[in-house]
Design a protein around this ligand. Structure first.
Ligand code: AMP
Ligand code: MG
Length: 345
């Protein structure tokens, strides 16, 4: 329960913001999927039917993409690692694998969906988390190499080239699910909604009065409080941070975002990374990857592109907001010692 507390607090925080806006009561649902708490609120269009259809879509994708259920597409891929079989998969899963590969190529050493054996070595898929022995960590690290994941988009099939390799889509599945949930809601004539898939918050349209949604970014050191508030409309804010999942051993905190270069939880000087983009999958993948990359590389990558914005929270209590968010953001943690700065291109 403890590890899910931040998610409930996030929902409260979000509802606090929505409530402040004086919106009409939405149709809403809260549920558990993809190992996290999710909520969907719909303010117009197909209401309850829309919500149920979107929830079913998220649950369908969870079944397809989970590596802990034996009959998922990802489990089929993983179970054939190293035996030469090109595993036929749904085109949508192949697209997601190809997208994840492209992020690994853009940010080598920061992002790798073949990280699964290392996640297992730390016990992150179980309730028994622990620091792995050097031997088990190096055995797991020998299996992390996304260049040994072959994705054949034409054949709609994929293959892991080495026995023991496994794919873990934890860093991108929620973003993919968010894009599909949004599509389903729009098919039900929804133009005003908030979809929160475990910290990936998608604002569909704006509020009914046409103004943007006000979405809180959590303070990673005090998750019941806001770090800042963002104005979003037809955008997703995806946040990755060590606080989302962690354990403590001998007084040291170990979190779930792994640096593929070391096999240890990333220590990049960042406490959280929020990526704002109209592309949900990109926002999700980049929030994880740029958390590993650290401040300097994250800002350099931002300067090389024009399809996302960032909020970085550093260990020394600085909050760096990229200039595309400047007009619509509001600092909220000054009394907790945070200072705010705008990064320019
Ligand atoms: P997110 O919550 O989107 O930041 O994703 C974190 C999840 O992504 C972890 O729980 C792992 O399942 C997976 N993961 C951890 N480290 C990495 C990494 N460096 N590259 C890709 N996936 C990762
Ligand atoms: Mg992510």
């Amino acid at each position: 329960m403890k590890r899910f507390l931040p998610f409930f607090l996030c929902l409260l925080l979000l509802s606090g913001c929505a409530a402040l806006s004086g919106e009409a009561e939405p149709a809403q649902v809260q549920f558990f999927s993809m190992d996290t708490v999710m909520s969907i609120r719909v303010y117009d269009g197909g209401g309850e039917d829309a919500i149920q259809a979107a929830r079913q879509e998220v649950e369908r994708l969870d079944k397809l993409l989970s590596r802990t259920t034996t009959d998922s597409e990802i489990s089929a891929l993983n179970s054939h690692a190293g035996d030469g079989t090109l595993v036929s998969m749904e085109p949508e899963v192949i697209q997601l694998l190809a997208f994840a590969q492209s992020i690994s190529q853009l940010l080598p050493g920061d992002f790798d969906i073949t990280i699964a054996p290392v996640m297992d070595a730390w016990g992150f898929t179980t309730e028994e988390q622990h620091v792995p022995s050097d031997a088990s960590l190096s055995a797991a690290m020998a299996l992390v190499d996304s260049s040994l994941l072959t994705v054949d988009e034409e054949a709609s099939a994929a293959r892991l080239e080495q026995a023991g390799m496994e794919v873990d889509l934890g860093a991108v599945a929620k973003g993919f699910a968010a894009s599909r949930a949004e599509a389903v809601l729009r098919e039900h004539d929804v133009t005003s909604a908030l979809v929160d898939l475990g910290g990936n918050i998608t604002a569909i349209g704006g509020k009914l009065d046409g103004s943007p949604w006000q979405v809180a970014v959590k303070d990673p050191q005090n998750t019941s409080e806001a770090l800042c508030v963002l104005s979003l409309s037809d955008q997703t804010a995806s946040t990755s941070g060590g606080y989302e999942r962690y354990f403590e051993q001998n007084g040291v905190i170990y979190h779930h975002i792994i640096d593929p270069k070391t096999g240890y939880p990333a220590q990049s000087g960042l406490l959280s990374v929020t990526v704002v983009s109209s592309n949900q999958m990109l926002a999700d993948a980049l929030s994880t990857a740029l958390f590993v990359a650290g401040e300097e590389d994250a800002l350099a990558f931002w300067r090389s592109r024009d399809d996302f914005e960032l909020v970085l929270c550093t260990e020394d209590n600085r909050v760096i907001v990229t200039e595309g968010l400047e007009a619509g953001y509001r600092p909220a943690g000054e009394e907790r010692g945070y200072t705010y700065e705008i990064a320019r291109r």
